[in-house]
Design a protein. Structure first.
Length: 689
């Protein structure tokens, strides 16, 4: 696939939107917000894609805004419209791997695997090698002075696609609007543009190559760089060489910010003070171990270097990440939603005996604040809802929603986990304290996971429950619909059930589970009918409405189980059925298997058969490999139905207690913990009847 076609592909544009949404930020001059852009996301992206492919795409003018800097001056940003941020982000994702391999090792800004920390480590390495004389240099108005002709010429060395070059040229020479006045860019790359960091690194690549060929040592972060030498004469020569090299790029040194110094005299670079053999940050600045994001826009990098964070309510910025950083500083010692609809709200996870009550936040652009013992939900500074904190056990945040530092600190103090997801349920991370730890329990958990025989027995119990519970769901609906016949599927699932006890290896067990799942989803396809175009279970990406609903439901259930696993002190990443791998909470996936069918699948079947969710509630994939997406209103309907199911009653087989599903899951986690501790001989799975 050519580069331009790859940039324009639906799947790449969708991934780019995810990134734009994650970075948040306000509208461009067209006043279209991220939330408004996402309302008809499928149609909007397909229209944008067609514009690009037909050659009709034209970027909207940039919105110029000023940010106060620490020295009293102003850094000017030019903010693209959301649509243009999506296309530029897609271009950056496609072009970065190509251009990055051409960049030199001395360049540390806006690159994957590079950071402020690594730049500082490299400086320390050179210092220890005897390079003690330092040219601390800065380029005059670098981002504003980049020559377009030279930049495009350099770009064409590596990008052999006229349409891509045309895109870049349009972004470079766009219009800028400030206080109603429109001007055209004739030089420079617009700070605030997603593609600018990549282009700014490319422009200085020739400069990097020049300095890397000398006897000096050189480290650059964006437009700030230092040259390290073994004696003063060499440092003086380095300044002269630098001036000549910059002139060829039509740039110049900022004499006011460029100086020749020595480690014994000390200097400051990237917010870090170097003095003799010491390196440290001033007490009021961020800690050294905070990694720089490789693709952070120049303005964000500037704030991180200076330690100054002016209020940026409407700029494309990682506000949530900044607030998380503040909240965790003071914490180191250690399905019903709030949906903001016109109709009255329902409290989180309501039931007669609420347990692990979840607050779901879905409305884009809202803020979760804390006042006294209450959570306040605000939009555009207007209070929409107040939730007593005592009613919240965990919080799931979907998309561009912010939390105040006070709210985060409160969640850390009260051990309320906060799960961060994209608006469509892709996991980003979580905010949680370290209070719930049990080293002895974790040690025993590791030992069992490392014991093939013990792990296999637990895995057999889990698979037995999954097959049984899936079969029972199909039988229930089969009895209600006499014209449908599932005898063959049920018979095959029974055969698989009987095989479970005889398997000798994990791979064999997973094969039995897969065969049973295939028969189950075959029956589910028959139950739902041909109108829903459901053929088989497909996870990434879900190609049809049924798979989209199943994936969304499994995500909600997964993080409810995750919270309970943490609550009982178990290690979520050490499981017994699923293979251990980085970034995957295997134990949560283990427990999930028992509850997929009775909780999520039953909810999906009920919503479809009752007509509560219809085909029109989905954004159907417009391109091969693109996901089918559930719309905002339908997500709210689904979450309400999911919470209703979680709060419904069931008999818990291992104990005989009559409880809701949430308590039932909790009892299973407790049973697993008792087995790990040696208080139970074996793990009893949850079998529905």
């Amino acid at each position: 696939m050519k580069l331009f076609e790859e940039i324009c592909s639906y799947s790449k544009l969708l991934s780019a939107f995810d990134k734009v949404e994650e970075n948040a930020g306000g509208p461009g001059v067209d006043n279209v917000t991220i939330e408004e852009f996402s309302l008809s996301l499928n149609e909007t992206l397909m229209f944008l894609r067609k514009e690009l492919l037909d050659g009709r795409y034209k970027p909207v003018a940039l919105r110029k805004v000023g940010i106060p800097k620490g020295d009293g001056s102003v850094r000017w940003l030019s903010i693209p419209a959301v649509r243009d941020r999506v296309v530029q982000t897609s271009a950056s994702m496609v072009l970065s791997p190509i251009l990055d391999r051409e960049f030199e090792e001395c360049s540390f800004a806006y690159r994957k695997g590079k950071s402020v920390k690594k730049a500082i480590q490299k400086i320390v390495h050179y210092r220890d090698k005897g390079y003690l004389w330092v040219v601390d240099a800065d380029i005059t108005s670098y981002f504003d002075e980049i020559n377009h002709e030279l930049l495009l010429k350099e770009t064409m060395k590596y990008i052999n696609d006229e349409k891509v070059i045309h895109l870049i040229n349009m972004w470079l020479k766009g219009d800028v609007v400030y206080k109603g006045r429109r001007t055209k860019l004739t030089k420079g790359v617009p700070q605030g543009s997603p593609v600018s960091p990549l282009l700014s690194n490319l422009y200085l690549d020739v400069f990097d190559e020049t300095l890397m060929k000398t006897r000096y040592k050189y480290v650059r972060f964006a437009d700030d760089f230092i040259i390290l030498c073994k004696d003063r004469p060499a440092a003086e020569d380095a300044i002269e060489l630098t001036e000549d090299a910059l002139k060829k790029l039509r740039l110049s040194l900022n004499n006011d910010k460029t100086r020749l110094t020595h480690f014994n005299s000390g200097f400051k670079y990237l917010g870090v003070k170097f003095l003799r053999s010491m390196i440290f940050r001033p007490i009021y600045e961020d800690k050294l171990d905070i990694e720089e994001e490789p693709d952070a826009p120049p303005a964000i990098a500037e704030r991180r270097k200076t330690g100054i964070t002016p209020p940026l309510p409407d700029l494309p910025d990682t506000v949530m990440a900044e607030a998380f950083k503040d909240a965790t500083k003071d914490a180191e010692d250690v399905n019903l939603d709030s949906l903001f609809q016109e109709k009255p709200e329902i409290e989180p996870s309501v039931s007669k005996n609420p347990f692990l009550r979840t607050l779901y936040l879905l409305e884009q652009g809202t803020v979760l604040a804390k006042e006294d013992e209450r959570f306040r939900i605000l939009k555009e500074k207007v209070e929409i809802k107040v939730v007593p904190a005592i009613k919240v056990d965990q919080i799931l945040i979907f998309g561009n929603i912010q939390m105040t530092t006070q709210a985060m600190k409160f969640c850390l103090e009260k051990d309320i986990p906060v799960i961060l997801l994209s608006s469509r349920g892709r996991y980003f991370g979580e905010l949680s304290s370290f209070k719930i730890t049990n080293v002895a329990l974790h040690k025993r958990q590791f030992e069992i996971a490392d014991n093939d025989a013990l792990s296999l027995e637990i895995g057999k119990s889990i698979v037995k429950a999954k097959i049984n519970n899936s079969k029972v769901i199909i039988q229930r609906y089969g009895r209600k619909r006499g014209h449908l016949h599932f005898e063959s599927e049920v018979q095959q699932m029974n055969l698989m059930l009987n095989k479970v006890s005889r398997v000798l290896m994990r791979d064999e067990l997973m094969g039995v589970e897969g065969a049973a799942a295939a028969r189950y989803f075959s029956a589910l396809r028959t139950l739902l009918g041909d109108g829903w175009d459901f053929r088989k279970r497909q996870k990434q990406p879900p190609p049809d409405p049924v798979n989209s609903l199943l994936s969304y439901g499994y995500t909600l259930l997964f993080y409810n189980i995750y919270a309970m696993v943490r609550m009982h002190g178990l290690h979520p990443y050490i499981g017994f059925l699923h293979i251990l791998r980085n970034g995957h909470p295997a134990l949560v996936s283990d427990i999930l298997e028992e509850f997929r069918a009775p909780v999520v699948d039953a909810t999906v079947i009920s919503l479809i058969l009752r007509g509560s969710i219809k085909q029109k509630d989905f954004l159907l994939p417009g391109d091969s490999g693109a996901p089918c997406l559930l719309t905002g209103d339908a997500r709210k309907i689904f979450i309400r139905a999911f919470e209703s199911k979680m709060n419904s009653s069931i008999s818990h087989g291992p104990t005989g207690y009559h409880v809701d599903y949430r308590r039932c899951i909790d009892l299973q986690v407790q049973g697993l913990r008792k087995m790990i501790q040696g208080n139970l001989n074996k793990y009893e799975p949850m079998l529905i009847k």
